[in-house]
Design a protein around this ligand. Structure first.
Ligand SMILES: Cc1cc2nc3c(=O)[nH]c(=O)nc-3n(C[C@H](O)[C@H](O)[C@H](O)COP(=O)(O)OP(=O)(O)OC[C@H]3O[C@@H](n4cnc5c(N)ncnc54)[C@H](O)[C@@H]3O)c2cc1C
Length: 472
């Protein structure tokens, strides 16, 4: 390995230790948990993070019950304690201020599962502390270069180059497996994943103080004539409001964004939330935003490299599924790699990664497709989608399995893609029924034509996402 011309020129690493079993790029949601899981397995793990101070971001603040369960499977449930995390019991969806209650569905154990919402940065620091305390894990604060170390023509990844914090000199580490867990803006991705990230909208985040919630311990989803707004408590006194804006957002600099928030968004919110929302908008110097990205999964095929988390797969954050997918991926990877004695056996590892790609689908395809399809309906911007949006809300109002199954899928507890497809098309047919029911019979001939368009729209909404999940 050291004999290749490329490696001869590489500078030595600063630690006495030069090579590891696994080098993980990014101590975020995936990176920390994977480091703990593999460290506990007896692997020698190097965890690299460009900035170990507490992040201040508007992402990853509501963990679904399926994610809580995965953290328990990893023995890391303590990370949810002691930092003012708020229990979450489900959702309230409000359609033009008409509310429907959607509690998390009772599980096989006869109990209602619980999610958690919190400050993202505080949770990350808990995960990093767990990684620091885990056996066999070394954490280094350094920015990893896009240019991974590869072994000659085969493209086999054998290590990373990085610049430690407060230094200018690039150093390198070697590992049997390099894991790219460098998040949504991954700079490693473009060299290994052919698919393009798609961004249709942005979430603008505000922190509301001492808001009276319409339903305590629940995420609130607000549907109106514009794209959805999400509200959930992230601390005893703090509540997050995420406002989705499609296309090019209004300008921050000339005040148009604030005017939009106060003039267009504020009137759609529940009465009790409005005063704190107004104050948060008026007090904010700049309203933070994040792109809502979609990236279907890709099978890891490069020897020596695993792409995982947002660097490999993203979906709209409306349903808060990203961390649930991430933690379940870590559980699966840990279990699949458990019987691989030598991680440098790249053929065996690639076989395991192919298994990983197909096995993760039961959960991830459900979360990915549901997030994208639900977002299309909730942000309805044409008449056919609006029929589906109205029908979807009416479907939820029927209660029973019409909410238990959808919320079971969303929460990461029900992992059956066929259940998702059957409810989606049930919503489509029910929407057509509701359209007839609420239309003057004299106009029913027009409704017949519209029915075909609504059904076609439903297919266009979901089929491309189902197709994307079948690719590798
Ligand atoms: C607006 C928004 C809201 C969301 N809300 C939710 C939610 O409520 N619930 C939910 O489950 N999911 C949510 N998500 C998705 C969730 O945040 C992500 O799925 C999750 O954070 C992905 O974890 P990750 O480990 O892949 O990336 P991250 O958690 O982003 O971690 C990546 C880490 O890599 C580090 N890094 C990056 N590049 C380098 C480098 N070159 N060298 C060294 N370190 C590097 C970063 O500093 C970071 O610490 C939301 C997403 C968005 C956009």
């Amino acid at each position: 390995m050291v004999g290749t011309p490329e490696l001869r020129d590489l500078p030595p690493p600063p630690l006495p230790k030069r090579s590891f079993d696994v080098a993980i790029i990014g101590a975020g949601i995936v990176g920390c948990t994977l480091a703990v899981a593999l460290g506990k397995q007896g692997r020698d793990v190097l965890l690299l993070e460009r900035d170990l101070s507490e992040p201040n971001r508007i992402v990853g603040e509501l963990l679904q019950p399926g994610g809580v369960k995965a953290l328990q499977q990893l023995g890391m449930e303590d990370c949810l304690e002691g930092f003012d995390a708020i229990p979450c019991h489900g959702y309230q969806v409000r359609y033009h201020n008409d509310p429907v209650h959607i509690p998390y569905a009772i599980g096989e154990d006869g109990k209602r599962p619980e999610g958690r919402s919190f400050h993202h940065g505080k949770f990350i620091q808990k995960l990093r502390a767990a990684a620091k305390a885990a056996p066999n894990v070394t954490i280094v604060e350094a920015t990893v270069s896009k240019n991974l170390i590869k072994n000659g023509a085969s493209g086999h990844v054998i290590g990373i180059r990085c610049t430690p914090r407060n230094t200018k000199e690039e150093i390198c580490y070697f590992a049997s497996i390099t894991v790219a867990a460098d998040g949504c803006k991954s700079n490693i991705r473009s060299d290994f994943i052919p698919r393009q990230v798609q961004v249709k909208s942005h979430f603008f985040g505000l922190e509301l103080i001492d808001t009276k919630m319409p339903l305590k311990n629940h995420g609130i989803v607000i549907l109106s004539n514009r794209a959805p707004v999400l509200i959930y408590q992230i601390g005893t006194h703090e509540t997050r409001a995420l406002v989705d804006i499609q296309g090019k957002p209004p300008s921050q600099t000339d005040g148009s964004l604030k005017s939009y928030m106060l003039g267009t968004v504020l009137p759609t919110l529940p009465e009790e939330v409005r005063p704190s929302f107004r104050k948060a908008v008026e007090d904010s110097k700049s309203i933070r935003s994040m792109p809502n990205s979609f990236l279907p999964p890709t099978m890891n095929k490069t020897p020596g490299l695993i792409m995982v988390g947002d660097s490999m797969n993203m979906r709209h954050p409306l349903t808060g599924g990203g961390m649930t997918v991430a933690f379940n991926d870590v559980v699966l990877l840990r279990d699949l790699l458990a019987d691989v004695e030598d991680l440098s056996d790249s053929d065996l590892v690639l076989d395991k990664l192919a298994e990983f790609h197909w096995k993760r689908r039961n959960l991830t395809s459900v979360v990915n497709i549901l997030a994208q399809a639900l977002y299309s309906l909730f942000a309805a911007d044409d008449d056919n989608l609006k029929v589906l949006q109205k029908g979807c809300f009416a479907y939820f109002q029927m209660g029973g399995l019409c909410i238990d199954h959808p919320v079971g899928l969303l929460s990461g507890m029900l992992r059956r893609p066929l259940v998702l497809y059957s409810h989606f098309f049930a919503v489509a047919f029910y929407s057509i029924f509701v359209m007839f029911k609420t239309t003057n019979p004299l106009l029913w001939p027009l409704c017949v034509l519209r029915s075909f368009m609504v059904f076609y729209t439903a297919c266009v909404v979901i089929l491309p996402y189902i197709w994307a999940e079948q690719q590798c």
